[in-house]
Each structure stands twice: as structure tokens, then as C-alpha cells.
Design a protein around this ligand. Sequence first.
Ligand SMILES: [Mg+2]
Length: 281
Amino acid sequence: MRTRSFIQLASKFKAVFLDSYGVLKNHHGVILGASDTIDQLRDQGILIRVLTNDASRGPARQMEAFHRIGLRNIKEEEIITSGMMAKHYLLSKKPKGLIAYLGTEDAASEIINAGLKTIHIREVNDDNIDTIGALVYLDDEGFDWNRDINRSLNLLRRRNVAAIVANSDQIYPVSRTEVSIATGGIAKLVEATLGRDFIHFGKPDSQMFMHAFEQLNEETRIEKSKILMVGDTLHTDILGGNKFGLKTALVLSGNTRADKVKVNIRSTGIIPDYLCESIAT
Ligand SMILES: [Mg+2]
């Protein structure tokens, strides 16, 4: 599969869904040329949505972070996070009792601001464990990995409550050569230990794609065949886009390296429709 110019490719579509990390930004900051590409898409009237599995902060804070690194042309209403999907789920299910969470207070602010009553996992104890109605794995920071992961495990052993994973990513890159365990990886450890599956939000699951698709179609009628999903990760962005029926473009500016891409595609069986060096090309 040969790489092609992203701008030329995108101009065939009415809307572009962009992953954030590895597509718009990386551990250095903004991906060079990404801002110009966004401007060019806008000039052509192509609609944009950013679909991110980052549940550590809501759309307003994501937008601020984009602005800080120089991506000033992304709007809050264009950002869809997996944390938003977890919030919508909790708002519609209305679990009885407090929602215990693993993560920072910042990550929890989305669900707190929505009026849901929360408790940090570190505060869950014998006295209040019966008042817990659900558990959310929100972020990989903001708690003690040993004590609090075990607390979450024991909560789920004692109480039959829903466990929700707001970001299913198992790892995230922290430098060119190293990764850290992400929220999905922590949840997977507990899922494997308990022998049960939690409720997962984020790509490749369809909720974010559906949310973005419905939001666009409130503005103007756009068929799935006119939307391009762009991502750097085969098993989230590309698998999710393919399953939802969108055309998919894998970029080589993040998780998937140019020298490994053929092997990765063959071994996973997840096949993008297109391959681009980055969105800046
Ligand atoms: Mg990514």
C-alpha cells in the first residue's frame, strides 16, 4: 500500500474525523503542519470532528490544551472524548448511589459538573462501600496504583455494581521509544483478575463514531461514505472506523511506524483504506 497526500485525499470527503494523539499532536507538541491542514480543510468546507480516547479532561480543557500548543483553530464543540460517552451513559443509566472513580479530580469534573455524585476510590471504605452505585476507571493518574487498584478490585468483589472504562487504550506513548500503561490497561488487569468484562467507552467501540455522525447530520446531511476517519492506531481508530462503515486513513505520525506498518496490517488483519505519512503531507 503506497502513501498518499492527505490533503488531496481529504478533499474527496465532506467530513474528516481526526484522532488527537499521534495525528494532531505528540509528546513534543503539535505535529508540524497540522494547523495549516486544519485551515485548508476549513477553506474547502470540510467539517471536522476530533475523536479522542483521552478521558483525562473534557472538551473545554482539551481545546485549551490544543490552543496552548498552537492549534488554535479547533473548537470545543468539535471535540468528542470517550469521557463524554461514559458521562452520557451514567446520566442515562442513573446508577443508585455514589460513583466511585479512579483518576484525577480533573478527569472526574466532567461527571461531577453533570450533577452526578462521585467519590474518589481512595475514600471508599467499609463504612460507605454499600452506598457505591458504579465504578469508573477514568485516568491512569491521581491515585495510588497499588492501594487504589486493589481497592477497586475489592469493591467489585464485594458489590455487584457496573464497572465502566472511560478510556480503553491500554498504553500511550510518553517518548519516541517508551510507553506507559493507560486506563484500559489498568482496567484489563482487574477484568482478568475478576474474570469479568467491564463496559468500555472509546474507539474502537461505536459510541463516539455514532455521536459524531449524528452531530454532523444535525448540521447537514452527510453519508458515512463521505466521512474519512484518520488515526495512527490500527486497533482503535482504523478498526472502529472500518466497523462503523467509514473510509479510514492510517497516518504514520504516531503509534504505527513506517517500517512496521505492513507487518502490523498483515498480523492484525485491520486494513485501512488509505495510508498517509501525516495529515501535514
Ligand atoms: Mg492516537
